[in-house]
Each structure stands twice: as structure tokens, then as C-alpha cells.
Write a protein that binds this ligand. Sequence first.
Ligand SMILES: [Zn+2]
Ligand SMILES: [Zn+2]
Length: 327
Amino acid sequence: MTRAAAALLIMAGMAGAPATTEPQPIRSDRGHRVSSVRITILSTMLADKGMGEWGFAALIEADGRRLLFDTGDRSETVLQNARELGIDLSTVTDVVLSHHHADHTGGLLTLRRELAKVNPAALSRIHVAPGIFLSRRKAGSDAESNPVIALKDAMVAGGGVFIEHGAPVELLPGVWLTGPIPRRYPERNWGPPMSLVTARGLVPDSIPEDMALVLNTDKGLVIVAGCGHAGTINTVEYAREVVAPGPVYALIGGLHLFAATEETLAWTAAKLRAAGLVALLGAHCTGIEAVFRIRDLAGLTRRTAVVAAVGSSFDLDRGIDPLALAQ
Ligand SMILES: [Zn+2]
Ligand SMILES: [Zn+2]
């Protein structure tokens, strides 16, 4: 899909969305830099405040505009964690689903239903990439295993609009979605075996829709990944290719390195070091040991490479706030 076509889809999505209390103009401005960034973790395994789970969600704040990136696993986790953290999500109109897995999409319906009582436009625009609605099967089962198929029906019935991005798109000034990420290196950050249903039968599911959020700042790129299925370095290099070629200042979210070999961690860390990485807030499937190994191998410190907990955050000016757990 061309950028123009993607833009048309966005326009269509905006036209179909209910009135919003927080207008979020979407325009293409390739060179725009975000000057204020705050990213707060709302779902991950460890919890300083609220509760932990196997899942991921983060609130993105960029120059006063807000987006939700993924929605956690259990229906209530992000809703309750946001309340405990004193974060009002009802004014957030746009949500990104990085991919179809339940640990990133499981909270959306409950969030939408609860927040729409306060603001009918809350989480009414759902940004996804092509492939997210494909039929899937777990080994040995004939049942549909893609939760987003039923989720879409329920969300659309409630007034939600799904917007598919087949190519990189500037969602807000300086805030980009990559769309599907080319798998340049064979990082293969996916599994256990799940299959895609195709005309040729079942084929391994590489999660083709997996995408990341990229903020273009004066310090470099700030990249947020949900589960990193496209590969950490595939994601980083594609972000530099389509958004800005400068350094990668911060990497935040799930990188699916929890089971990576020492060789893979060393290769990944060397690439991140070469990309100029300054801050790593490793959440969810990044893995605890992987964060520590990358800290050492990429020349980071306990202040700049942190295992994320619910409530921990990254601020472009102040860096990572790990809260009490990871100090
Ligand atoms: Zn996943
Ligand atoms: Zn995940």
C-alpha cells in the first residue's frame, strides 16, 4: 500500500469516528521532531504499582498528545493499573495493536467499554497492520486461535474503527508507525508453533503484522516494540530507514529475547551499541537476563538499562524512572 493509500484509510477512519474531546490531527510531516516524550508502562511482568502479568501496554505522550500502545493480556489489568497510577485514559482516542497476540490485545474491549462511558471517542480508533486478522491455528486444534477476529467484531459493533497501515505512517507529528517490518536478518523472534491458515494449508506464523512505534526526537529515535517478533535489529534498522537515519536513543518494550542464546544477545547488543543506544527499558518478553547482558555488552549502566515494571517510565529529558524495584 502506498503512503497516500494509507493516508486515505486514515481519513476514512477519522470520518467514521465519533467526535473526540482531544482532537488528534494526523498529517504527514517527515521532518517533524517531537520535543517532549513520556512513555509509561501499564502492563508487563513485574509490578511496582498495580499488578503484573505476561503482557504489554504503554501510554505514549508526545508533545502533549497521547496514544495507547497495546492493551495488556487480562481484561482488567491496564484499566486498573492506570487507575492506580492516577492516569486518565478516557481522553485517549487512538490505540495501536502491535500484533494479534492475546497478551497485547486482551484488555482492549474492557478498556473501550469502560472508558466510552466517560468519552464516547475513547480508544475508538485502532491502528493495526495487514495480517492481524488472518486466521490462525494452534497445533492439534481446529479452533480459531486469533483473538483479534472476534475482538474486531465486538469493537466495530461498539463504534470502533480499525485502520490498517501497510506502510510507514506518521500518526502524529513526529510519531510514526512502521507498518509491517521487513525481516532482513533471520532473528526469528517468534514461537511457539502457531500456524497461519492459507490457501496452501497451514504455514508457520511469523506474525507478519508485527510493527513498532517510532518517535523522531532531537536526541535520536525512541522506539517502542510490543513483542519484537519482527526482530530487534530488523525493527531498529527499518525505523532508521523510514523515519530518520540518526542514532537510536531509546528502546522500550518487549524484544522477545528471553530465550535468546548468548551469541544472539552479543550480536544484538553490538548492533544496538553501533546504533548509539543510550536507554533501554526492557519490558515483557525482553527477559530479565537479556536486559542485563545487553547492559553489559552495549556499554549501558543500571541507570540506563532497566527491567521495566508497571508504572516505570521513560522521559526524553529525565531518562528512565525505574521506580523502587529496579534502582
Ligand atoms: Zn506476541
Ligand atoms: Zn507478547
